[in-house]
Write a protein that binds this ligand. Structure first.
Ligand code: NAD
Length: 385
């Protein structure tokens, strides 16, 4: 089996799908691994950090002609066009935002597994790249808030007087939000958090933060996700949040509803209610923003409040985000790169592997986006119609 890792081409993408430590584990499966020249640069990984037998290649045909291509983002349509019919791509795709990518995958007859579609079931936790990357984003968001504030986060008792701890409000307590809460707490802030899924109350409180409730708003949906709110619910939520925002030094928003644009939670009037010098870090920026003033990858100054809309926060933590992502891919690969017949009991050093897709495996069936010239994911199909 030939596995290849191209250099990412998206603007601002610093991550790489395979790091040397994980490539070495893959190499032990006697597979042929090729990494494009310079692929690790953005994550501070020089080519020579990939040890033998991993090969470095500057030939596109070598990379895109592999049986399995691993990416953080999907390759460009032209590169997908160089892939073999029946070969496999594993990467984030975000089909609804990238219809040309899906078309290219279909035209090339590539079987694509989209990492954002991996089901959130216990067995697939080790492959859950949404979670690993959201953890990186949440952590970094808290640091961005701390850095953007011209205030301390912790309480300080000094000879020059006592500084009160900063108040951080985290909106959306999923994977990213919980990591932002934990990080802001570690830095000594007083943390408040809110989520439409009231089940998150316990998780928020176990991190030492206070949970805020919007009376009459409870929006749990299937699979542990949230549903979109009705207009009446939105109003209740905004009234409650506005009061708390007026008191916060930093607000971090992470709210998302799968397959939908980021819910618009924070209005201009709510930003107006914030204290001078306070900051808002909007992790919903890539989905259009949780705040109506957010501009992706810009810092907007509104009065004296700054609104940061970083669109790819895991890329700011490239080394560890890449390492976690590569490990997610390694775990996913175990499902499709399987010992050849009769080799199941061979010694690891002798075992050879083949590419085989078991469509009865729920993880593979649910994460497949395209196969054999068809879109095989219903939600993606609907979104693209
Ligand atoms: P996400 O990125 O889709 O959303 C982030 C958070 O925003 C969610 O907590 C959501 O409830 C919240 N939200 C949506 N609309 C909102 C609004 N209007 N106001 C405030 N908050 C709003 O979610 P996620 O972080 O990917 O995880 C969501 C769920 O998946 C959680 O229940 C989590 O425990 C679960 N999960 C399960 C597994 C597993 O079992 N393997 C792994 C990871 C996550």
């Amino acid at each position: 089996v030939k596995i290849a890792v191209p250099k990412e081409t998206a603007d601002g993408e610093t991550r790489v799908a395979m790091v040397p430590k994980v490539a070495a584990k893959l190499a032990k499966m006697n597979v042929d691994i090729r990494v494009a020249k310079g692929a690790g640069e953005g994550s501070r990984i020089p080519d020579d950090a990939y040890d033998d037998p991993v090969q470095i290649s500057d030939q596109a045909a070598d990379i895109f002609g592999a049986d399995i291509v691993l990416g953080v983002n999907a390759p460009e349509p032209k590169q997908i066009g160089e892939m073999k019919k029946g070969s496999v791509l594993i990467s984030f795709v975000q089909a609804h935002n990238n219809p040309e990518t899906v078309k290219a995958l279909n035209d090339a007859g590539v079987t694509c597994f989209a990492m954002e579609l991996v089901p959130r079931i216990t067995r697939a936790q080790s492959m859950d790249a949404l979670s690993s990357q959201a953890s990186a984003a949440g952590y970094k968001a808290a640091l961005m808030a701390a850095n953007a504030l011209e205030r301390f986060l912790p309480m300080l008792t000094t000879a020059a007087g006592t500084i009160r701890p900063a108040k951080v409000l985290v909106i959306g307590a999923g994977v990213a939000g919980l990591q932002a809460i934990a990080t802001a707490k570690r830095l000594g802030a007083k943390v408040f958090a809110y989520d439409v899924r009231t089940d998150t109350k316990e998780q928020v409180e176990s991190l030492g933060a206070d949970f805020l409730m919007a009376e009459g708003v409870k929006a749990e949906a299937e699979g542990g996700y949230a549903r979109e709110l009705t207009d009446e619910e939105k109003k209740k939520q905004q009234d409650m949040l506005e009061k708390n925002m007026a008191d916060a030094d930093a607000v971090i928003t992470t709210a998302a509803v799968p397959g939908k644009p980021a819910p618009k939670i924070i209005s201009e009037a709510m930003v107006d209610s914030m204290k001078p010098g306070s900051v808002l870090i909007d992790l919903g920026a890539s989905g259009g923003g949780n705040c109506e003033l957010t501009k992706p990858d810009e810092v907007v100054t509104h009065g004296s409040v700054t609104i940061h809309g970083p669109s790819n926060v895991p890329a700011l933590l490239a080394e560890h985000a890449s390492e976690m992502y590569a490990q997610n891919l390694f775990n996913f690969l175990q499902l499709i790169v399987v010992p050849e017949a009769g080799q199941e009991d061979a010694k690891p050093a002798d075992k050879t592997h083949k590419l085989e897709i078991d469509w009865d495996d729920e993880v593979l069936a649910k994460s497949a986006l395209t196969h054999d010239g068809q879109i095989v994911n219903d939600a993606a199909k609907q979104a693209l119609e």
